[in-house]
Design a protein around this ligand. Structure first.
Ligand SMILES: [Zn+2]
Ligand SMILES: [Zn+2]
Length: 144
């Protein structure tokens, strides 16, 4: 007959390690996110990374083949950065559906639930594209 004392001790659960993303205002685990335009420094960083990548590919390229054509360098056009916030520092849902300026300081507790920029309205989803239209159930689209 076994008793509880004979049972092996219950394994202690592994500590929960959170890898984020974290709120930009307080560092708590993020609950929501929205997009903003990249700053000039962030665009420069992306271009630097791309130049480095091209340099590596040229080093590894077969010299007997034509040099790879990389096309134009990236610009900030269409590029966004994701901003994260916790429940307490979330901006409004309407605000989160827009693309914020690179200078936007949200989530800034002084401006919540708004922000200090004039966000732009993102381009509508390309629902006219037949490939995209096939991937989304008709009853999931709005305005139809
Ligand atoms: Zn927060
Ligand atoms: Zn903003």
């Amino acid at each position: 007959m076994t008793t509880d004392e004979d049972a092996p001790p219950a394994p202690t659960p592994a500590p929960v390690v959170s890898t984020g993303p974290f709120c930009a205002a307080c560092g708590e685990l993020a609950a929501v996110n929205w997009a903003r335009r990249p700053t000039a420094d962030e665009v420069t960083e992306v271009i630097k990374t791309e130049l480095l990548r091209r340099e590596q590919l040229l080093l590894l390229a077969d010299p007997q083949l034509p040099a790879p054509d990389f096309g134009p360098l990236p610009t900030g056009d269409g590029m966004t950065r994701t901003v994260y916030a916790c429940v307490d520092h979330a901006i409004s849902l309407d605000g989160a559906s827009l693309i914020h300026a690179c200078t936007c300081t949200a989530p800034n507790p002084a401006d919540l639930p708004d922000c200090d920029c004039t966000p732009e309205v993102p381009d509508p989803e390309p629902m006219d594209d037949p490939l995209v239209a096939r991937m989304v159930p008709a009853h999931w689209t709005t305005g139809a």
